[in-house]
Design a protein around this ligand. Structure first.
Ligand SMILES: [Zn+2]
Length: 328
């Protein structure tokens, strides 16, 4: 992965390239923005650029040198990636990192530590990491990635150079999708996926590769007809969706677009801006059944549910609560 391959993040890339050019790379960065927009790819491109044996300017080579080959295959001893273990990044993981940081990089000029989902550091691990950020080890660069900067300790944020990553434009995403895989998407389908993705290329690709697009109509109908008079149906829907563990965040995000569209219709706004244009009739039913206040509350509930499922809480319970509150 090189900087040139990262889509739509020009300001972030420019900032990093500038610091490479001036030889002023920060000890710690905080890459923040929604998931699926290139934060980890950028972190890996930076890691490559820092250790490449035959760099071209501030870009790494085309992936031919020994360092870049190892980086790409995940075998470079100086690239350390820390991901949550279960629902959190635990203190043992940070302690183990600190033991590594005592020593100089093994092969490269720099040791690069990428902490994905830094918003999932728990209190103990965050405080432990803070010590490292306060006294940064030589030749080591720590890159924290987070979707929600407000979930981090302010003391951690203030020790890092914050680099914002922005959601990608629908045009960038649909262009990518039109040439993705074996060209299976028409421009219309690519545009629909792009608008459903909320600016996240990762989400667009997951949607494109899954059966979720096919189930969108059914799930939207089920959402809009949720009724407290039909508890069995409500519980069954929760059970069915809870079983789709990997796809659940996407399904919830999809439901959010349905509610958002119903709100649009209820407010009589321009239908050209609907995300699910093809589901217009169903969405009108939603606009009739819910008040504006209910829809806004529903959107908040879906946002919390999406966060809760990505944190591995009990999925069925989350969905039952969600549907009970959304039901008429
Ligand atoms: Zn190289």
């Amino acid at each position: 992965m090189s900087f040139a391959e990262i889509l739509g993040q020009e300001p972030a890339i420019k900032l990093l390239k500038n610091s490479l050019e001036r030889g002023k790379v920060a000890h710690a960065y905080l890459f923040y923005g929604i998931e699926g927009i290139g934060k980890e790819k950028t972190a890996r491109a930076l890691a490559r650029a820092l250790n490449c044996l035959s760099p071209q300017g501030v870009e790494a080579c085309g992936g031919e040198c020994r360092s870049c080959l190892k980086m790409e295959s995940g075998a470079h001893p100086d690239l350390v990636v820390i991901k949550p273990s279960g629902a959190f990044i635990r203190i043992e993981q940070i302690r183990s990192l600190q033991r590594q940081l005592i020593y100089k990089p093994l092969e490269g000029r720099y040791r690069i530590v990428i902490i994905t989902n830094a918003d999932l550091l728990n209190k103990e691990s965050a405080n432990c990491l803070l010590k490292t950020l306060e006294e940064p080890p030589d030749a080591s660069i720590i890159i924290l990635m987070a979707t929600d900067i407000n979930e981090l300790l302010p003391t951690i944020v203030s020790r890092c150079q914050a680099v914002p990553f922005r959601p990608l434009s629908p045009a960038v995403i649909s262009e990518y999708l039109c040439s993705y895989g074996d060209n299976k998407f028409s421009p219309e389908q690519a545009a629909l996926l792009a608008s459903l993705s909320g600016g996240s290329l990762g989400r667009a690709v997951r949607l494109a590769d899954s059966s979720l697009m096919e189930m969108r109509r059914d799930v939207c109908i089920q959402l809009i007809s949720l009724s407290r008079q039909d508890m069995q149906g409500l519980l069954l829907l929760a059970e069915n969706l809870a079983g789709r563990k990997e796809e659940l965040p996407e399904i919830i995000a999809m439901l959010r677009t349905c509610l958002r569209d119903s709100l649009f219709l209820r407010q009589g706004l321009d239908e050209r801006h609907l995300i699910n244009k093809d589901l217009r009739e169903i969405l009108f039913e939603g606009a009739r059944r819910w008040t504006e206040k209910e829809i806004i509350h529903g959107l908040e509930l879906l946002h919390s549910a999406e966060q809760a499922v990505t944190r591995n809480y009990n999925r069925q319970l989350i969905l039952e609560n969600l549907f009970l509150q959304l039901a008429h």
